[in-house]
Design a protein around this ligand. Structure first.
Ligand code: EPZ
Length: 422
């Protein structure tokens, strides 16, 4: 397993290109199941999760060809479809459950393994099941697999989700676009990745309106045609790299960044004393002056503070002036980066869903271990300005969601390198 070594360093300077959104692409790729015609995705990120989704779609009978060094994904699904999403692939990546809605819409049945829990939580699927059942699907759990059937096809319905689940919203959208009649999804997730999926489905001929709000209306159509769609910018990669100059000092421009994708995060950076400026080519970030100020953070569904940036924000607050309280309201176990940051000298107390961070002057390099995707990158951010050397092990977690992190950070002056493991 590879490790990444970071040596604490001074101010950063330069530009970091931001890739297409992993969490948008993982919802867009299954949309190919909805049509016999090809769906081409441009601005696709080069990540291991995308390769896992490619594997899964291939196992169902769809084709995904990576072009232009992986930045373009040519997908199609015109042959025989095998509607079984196998445990061996699904357990590796929860987003595999996003084939459930499109398979039901296209074929009227699907067998999808339950993903099982992961480091950050139990990750149940009850909200997905209730949403698809509202469209007429009968879903039962057998041997760890969800067996879903919609004899006679899906029918439009009005459904209110108990929680604005991102994945359940995506599954509902991809099922309802081919259902008979009109559907309305209430308390829908409002994330930019939902908006991006709706735009792609509309380009394929779907009739959708209201995406980005809590109420989305879908008018079912008989079939969808092919399309070419650009994957939206990755707001989580964007926020992650904006924290590098915030932690180290200096000035970095994140190319392709848009403040409207992460407004609540930018408000918190501003409160912490970080300058954030939208330019024509991206977002320019620098530390205003003096020390970063402590701020409190509560993670919420969009447009609230993103849970996927909580770990990275904690890395900044470890050396802020004062005490910050972070409340994680989306996942039940998303503070595993805290004990690793404590090994670097941070002062953090975790009680249930709250983490209290008492700012210290400087962190110290140490050997630390990545536990999940966002925790991994928070350790790297913390190491950028720590005294001495930090070695982050198990960086395969990192490669799921960040392409070439050591290259992107080295390009702005960070002392970071990857050490190939066995
Ligand atoms: C998506 O996961 C993202 N993944 C996650 O990003 C992100 O953290 C999450 O949305 C919240 O923004 C992808 O888009 C591939 P949810 P998803 O359904 O759809 C509970 C990353 O780091 N829940 O909105 O699985 C669930 O347990 C990843 O890139 C149910 O209880 O998130 C969680 O506590 C991590 N029952 C909360 O809702 C359900 O049926 C949010 O889940 C579904 C979810």
């Amino acid at each position: 397993m590879d490790s990444i070594i970071v040596r604490g360093n001074g101010p950063l300077k330069g530009q970091i290109p931001i890739a297409g959104a992993k969490n948008a692409c993982l919802a867009l790729m299954p949309a190919t199941l909805l049509s016999e015609e090809p769906l081409t995705l441009t601005n696709a990120p080069r990540l291991s999760d995308i390769r896992t989704m490619t594997q899964l779609l291939a196992s169902l009978g769809a084709e995904v060809t990576a072009l232009q060094d992986g930045k373009v994904l040519a997908t199609s699904c015109h042959g025989e479809i095998k509607p079984v999403a196998d445990y061996d692939i699904v357990r590796k990546m929860r987003a595999s459950n996003l084939v459930l809605g499109p398979l039901l819409a296209r074929l009227g049945h699907a067998v999808v393994s339950l993903p099982g829990g992961c480091a950050i939580g139990a990750r149940p699927m009850d909200i997905h099941i209730d949403a698809l059942a509202a469209l007429g699907a009968e879903i039962e759990l057998k041997d760890g697999y969800l067996h879903a059937n919609a004899r006679g096809g899906l029918k439009g319905a009005v459904h209110e989700m108990r929680f604005a689940s991102v994945g359940a919203t995506e599954n509902f959208l991809m099922a309802a676009v081919l259902a008979k009649g009109t559907s309305v999804l209430k308390n829908a997730a409002r994330e930019p990745e939902i908006v991006d999926l709706a735009k792609c489905l509309r380009a394929m001929g779907a009739q959708i309106e209201g995406e980005g709000t809590s109420d989305i209306t879908i008018q079912g159509v008989d079939r969808l045609h092919g399309a070419t769609h650009p994957v939206v910018t990755d707001r989580i990669e964007l926020g992650t790299y904006m924290l590098a100059p915030a932690i180290c000092g200096g000035e970095v421009e994140c190319l392709g960044g848009r403040i409207d994708l992460i407004e609540s995060f930018c408000e918190k950076l501003d409160a912490a004393g970080i300058s954030v400026e939208q330019t024509h080519t991206g977002i320019k970030v620098s530390r205003k002056n003096g020390r970063v100020r402590a701020v409190d953070v509560v993670t919420e569904p969009f447009p609230g503070f993103p849970t996927d940036l909580q770990a990275q924000m904690m890395a900044l607050l470890c050396t802020a002036e004062g005490t910050s309280v972070l409340e994680e309201k989306i996942f039940e176990n998303r503070f595993m980066h805290a004990p690793e940051l404590v090994r670097m000298g941070a002062k953090i107390e975790v009680h249930g869903g709250h983490a209290t961070v008492h700012g210290v002057d400087k962190l110290k390099g140490a050997r630390v271990m990545a536990t999940d995707l966002r925790a991994s990158v928070s350790l790297i951010l913390a190491a950028l300005a720590a005294e001495g050397e930090t070695m982050v092990s198990r960086v395969y977690h990192l490669d799921r969601g960040y392409e070439r992190v050591e290259e992107k950070l080295s390009a702005v002056g960070a002392k970071i390198e990857r050490v190939k493991g066995d």
